[in-house]
Design a protein around this ligand. Structure first.
Ligand SMILES: [Mn+2]
Length: 510
């Protein structure tokens, strides 16, 4: 793994890395870890090895944490990514002077992750993860002595009058996040980092870092929110919550520039991703929405997780059984055009992930959805993943719905393009929130004026059964610049006893 740490010293021409190069490099990282994992002798030795000190006992809030107002002020002084041309500001402007200031919240997060609600074997559906692997935050899956890669899903029951805020990709735009927090403070939902109302939840949909230079500040802010409201703030794992991607798309480069080349620190900050669910099923007990970064993962069946008694439950993904899913749904395969059908059928697998992308992509982190109802049931975007159309999405959501428990909709992010494309035009026209497969939306290349007449662009929107929603990326990014938007977007879902009364409000900030 030495090569991995050497590579990140070099300044990579990030925008120029092609997908195929990216994949080759990522596999290099991942496979080094995999060999260790499958080597019983090393594995046994690993159990007694001490790689890194366990997180120290928690310092009390007051002695270690930066005050909310100071943090907001420090972040407000940062030049935007676009104004600075994605260059780091002068050292004295950085809100975190040393890694130890970030480490305080990492340690607090590890303490909650390893000794909080997840630690009890009773909250796991199926076999709970091993104490000396999953819960040993000093060990990682991508470096020897390796632990298994063990992604998981989560169920969260919320009260029937819950208000749940959602935000899409930040990609190192900290002012998008602090702007949202300022709004939540103004509106009385938060006091500083602290949630005030018992029915308020915050859900972040992944891709916190990379591509903008304030990823460490985004993570610090999110982890302050999480650790001060651990049962009310949830972060899902995006495709960029993966050391294979952060080492190539800017975050580790940013981290090294800010804190120096510190392997233990890089390992530690990367370990937080393993405690973020790849999908969060949030709902009342009868109705759920699937909250995650990318798309559907047909190889995973959530029925057991949703049926388990209790308000907060977790389940290891284990083996993803995509082939089995398609065998149960031949109609989806039949609807794929002939030549693609042959190609695709060779690509579906039953597999146990050893990393977010190997031996196949985890759909929750990577997959996409088509835009129009007229597009094919299933497609494949090379280097990105499976693209689900309306029929396949509905079939997958229905397959996870059993015993009166229904997965009704998907709230996700993962959409950005550095050039205006049909998806970005829909996000721009829809004020940063797009519902796929809208009835009148039939022209893929329609312009903004046309889309604003066609799409649901209202502030308050109903949530139809089977709907899929994409939240826009933060604006201080090449996506904001190249796609011509400067507004930030978050959503407020109001949950009700009856699903047909749930509603989603779009909130925009300049
Ligand atoms: Mn993404």
């Amino acid at each position: 793994m030495a090569s991995f740490f050497v590579r990140v010293r070099k300044r990579l021409p990030l925008q120029m890395i092609t997908r195929s190069v990216l994949y080759g490099l990522v596999l290099g990282v991942v496979c080094a870890g995999c060999q260790e994992q499958s080597e019983p002798a090393n594995h046994a030795a690993a159990k007694s090895a001490v790689v890194m000190e366990r997180p120290a006992a928690l310092a009390s809030e007051s002695e270690s944490a930066i005050a909310f107002a100071d943090w907001m002020q420090a972040c407000a002084k940062l030049p935007s990514n676009l104004r600075s041309g994605f260059r780091l500001p002068a050292k004295d402007l950085l809100p975190l002077k040393r890694f130890s200031e970030l480490e305080v919240v990492l340690d607090r997060f590890f303490e909650w992750s390893t000794n909080g609600v997840m630690r009890s074997p009773d909250v796991w559906v199926g076999a709970p993860p091993a104490a000396d692997e999953f819960f040993d935050a000093s060990r990682v899956y991508f470096e020897p002595p390796a632990i298994p890669f063990q992604p998981f899903t989560q169920k969260l029951i919320v009260p029937a009058d819950a208000e749940v805020f959602f935000h899409g990709d930040f990609h190192g735009d900290v002012q998008s996040l602090t702007g949202m927090l300022a709004w939540l403070n103004e509106q009385g939902y938060l006091n500083g980092f602290k949630i005030l109302r018992p029915t308020t939840y915050l859900v972040f949909l992944g891709d916190y870092t990379d591509r903008g230079v304030y990823g460490t500040e985004v993570l610090y802010t999110l982890l302050r929110l999480k650790t001060e409201n651990p049962e009310r703030v949830w972060m899902t794992r995006g495709n960029h919550e993966d050391i294979g991607l952060t080492s190539r798309y800017g975050f580790i480069q940013e981290f090294v520039a800010k804190f120096g080349m510190d392997r233990a620190a890089i390992r530690k900050v990367s370990r937080i991703y393993d405690f973020l669910p790849v999908a969060l099923y949030l709902g009342t007990g009868t109705d759920f929405i699937q909250c995650n970064h990318g798309g559907l993962e047909p190889g995973y069946d959530p029925a057991g997780l949703l049926a388990a008694p209790g308000e907060t439950r977790f389940q290891l993904l284990g083996e993803l059984r995509q082939v089995d899913f398609l065998e149960r749904h031949p109609e989806l395969v039949q609807s794929i055009p002939g030549s693609d059908r042959t190609r695709y059928s060779a690509m579906w697998r039953n597999f146990k992930p050893v990393s977010p992308i190997a031996p196949g992509l985890i759909g929750f982190m990577w997959n996409d959805f088509t835009l129009l109802g007229t597009e094919p049931a299933i497609g494949y975007d090379a280097g990105r993943g499976w693209v689900f159309g309306e029929a396949a999405a509905r079939a997958t959501l229905r397959a996870g719905s059993e015993g009166g428990r229904n997965v009704r909709a998907v709230f996700r992010a993962h959409q950005h393009s550095s050039a205006v494309n049909p998806m970005m035009r829909r996000l721009r026209s829809g004020n940063g929130l797009f519902r796929h497969w809208q009835e009148n939306d039939t022209l893929p290349e329609a312009d903004d004026a046309r889309l604003r007449k066609t799409l649901d662009v209202r502030e308050a929107r109903s949530v139809p059964d089977g709907s899929v929603w994409t939240f826009n990326v933060a604006p201080d990014s090449v996506y904001g610049r190249n796609c011509g938007f400067t507004f930030d977007t978050f959503g407020l879902l109001t949950v009700r006893e009856r699903f047909d009364q749930w509603s989603l409000r779009v909130i925009n900030r300049e």
